[in-house]
Design a protein around this ligand. Structure first.
Ligand code: SIN
Length: 459
């Protein structure tokens, strides 16, 4: 059986070798998850909640160890990785509570001799496919609501970052979850996708990743009409209007744009700034961006780690070169951007950005901040919406009418108003258009793991 080498993106050294799960074993694992579902579905909500709380306790107790794994296999700076573990655990804690709030209802019947009850039931075995950019949080925000709802779950973590998942699943077993209620497989996206979409016991697919892969999964899942939640690509606009607090907007741009070295689906991808303040904003942004410490995530004080691999580096360099060719002013020379070598890139601001640049139209997943000036807010909204994506959008304004207009008109599922970090376990995360469907987090995030059944009783 072939082996998977897990690499450290900061050094390209092999951290660990793992056996791929064979296709037969993937099928067998799904079968076992189906067996486990027959038991787990009958466990009462309070016990499911208690197990999730115990899992959360163990995650808190192992925060340093899990964060280190995230940094080693994903490159994220250690302090940020610790933040991710806390964020990941907030989903476990939230759904431990939500497990106890899966309510049904009664419906008044239209004849006196009938009663109608509505109940919520777990959908069954869930197949989850998760990305490398949040190796802990994208796991728990799928696993916790699934388990809370009474489902069992088989997870395929990204091949770049399986170690965090393995540790989280071990801790879940230590917390008392039955072994096959929560499990992982080591597989390529293609093998896992084919197994999950074709196995009849899988009743739900949940995926975070690219839009092209999501489309394939949707098509394949349609054959057996499987329920799916898709959290796909983004191209977040960040609009800064003329009445904004510029310093606060700069801070929020840094927080949004450079989180995980720019490798999140909700990173500010395109920054639109009103022409009255664009020079002031860009200068302040550039000073901060050039002050960011780039390096190995294990080193104290690192703020921007490596990109995940050479392919990611090449994509970012291509966007920079394209912007240069179209009149963009890049705040560092290409030599300076790449001087650290390997998967490291020094962050840059691209001023004088134009709408036809690749960086304004392709998800970047890297540390570049393109800034384009606008004069008319309606035009900025039009450009912001002129994309197949609709995951996250941000805006800065201190005028409530402008803010409400932007909230109402931006076609995005997650919006930050004077807020560069809107993600939270208690809020519904997900996109419009080709950014996917379904929501994760909040009360909405457990719904996709539940079926509605009604009972009509003739007395
Ligand atoms: C993502 O980038 O896919 C998730 C980001 C978040 O949850 O904040």
């Amino acid at each position: 059986m072939s082996k998977l080498s897990v690499l450290n993106p900061a050094t390209n050294a092999v951290i660990k070798e793992l056996e791929y799960t064979s296709n037969e074993e993937i099928t067998a694992q799904i079968d076992r998850a189906y067996e486990a579902f027959q038991e787990w579905r009958t466990v009462d909500a309070h016990e499911r909640s208690a197990k999730l709380l115990k899992w959360a306790e163990l995650i808190d107790a192992h925060i340093d160890e899990i964060a280190e794994l995230i940094t080693l296999e994903g490159g994220k700076p250690l302090a940020e990785a610790k933040g991710e573990v806390a964020y990941a655990n907030s989903y476990v804690k939230w759904y431990a509570e939500e497990a106890k709030r899966i309510y049904g209802r009664t419906i008044p019947a239209n004849t006196p001799d009938k009663e109608i009850l509505v109940g919520k039931f777990p959908v069954g075995v869930v197949g989850a496919i998760t990305p490398w950019n949040f190796p802990a949080a994208m796991i728990t925000r799928k696993m916790a609501p699934a388990l809370a709802a009474g489902c069992t779950i088989v997870c395929k973590p990204a091949v770049q970052t399986p170690l965090t998942t393995i540790r989280l699943v071990e801790l879940a077993h230590e917390a008392g979850f039955p072994k096959d209620a929560i499990s992982f497989i080591i597989a390529s996206g293609r093998d896992a996708g084919e197994a999950f979409t074709s196995h009849e016991a899988i009743r739900k697919i949940t995926f975070t990743g690219s839009t092209p892969v999501g489309k394939t999964l949707i098509k394949d899942a349609a054959d057996s009409v499987k329920n799916a939640t898709m959290e796909l690509g983004g191209l977040a606009p960040f609009i800064i209007h003329k009445d904004a607090d510029i310093d606060a907007a700069v801070e929020a741009t840094i927080a949004s744009k450079f989180r995980n070295a720019g490798q999140t689906c909700i990173c500010a991808n395109r920054i639109y700034v009103h022409e009255d303040i664009v020079d002031q904003y860009t200068e302040k942004l550039m000073t901060k961006v050039h002050g960011l410490k780039v390096g190995n995530g294990m080193d104290e004080g690192t703020e921007v780690g490596p990109l995940i691999n050479q392919g990611a580096v090449d994509k970012v360099l291509d966007q920079i070169t394209d912007a240069m060719g179209k009149g963009g002013h890049v705040s560092r020379s290409l030599d300076e951007v790449t001087e650290l070598g390997g998967n490291f890139l020094k962050p840059v601001v691209i001023s004088n950005a134009k709408q036809d640049m690749k960086v304004m139209n392709e998800e970047t997943f890297g540390p570049i901040a393109p800034v384009m000036a606008y004069s008319d807010l309606d035009e900025a909204i039009k450009i912001a919406n002129d994309t197949p994506f609709g995951l996250a959008a941000y805006f800065y304004t201190n005028d409530y009418r402008t803010g409400l207009k932007l909230y109402n008109e931006l076609e995005y599922g997650v919006i930050g108003w004077n807020d560069g970090g809107p993600s939270a376990a208690h809020a519904p995360f997900g996109g419009f258009k080709e950014s996917g469907y379904g929501r994760e987090g909040g009360t909405e995030g457990i719904e996709p793991y539940l079926e509605t059944k009604y009972l009509s009783i003739k007395k």
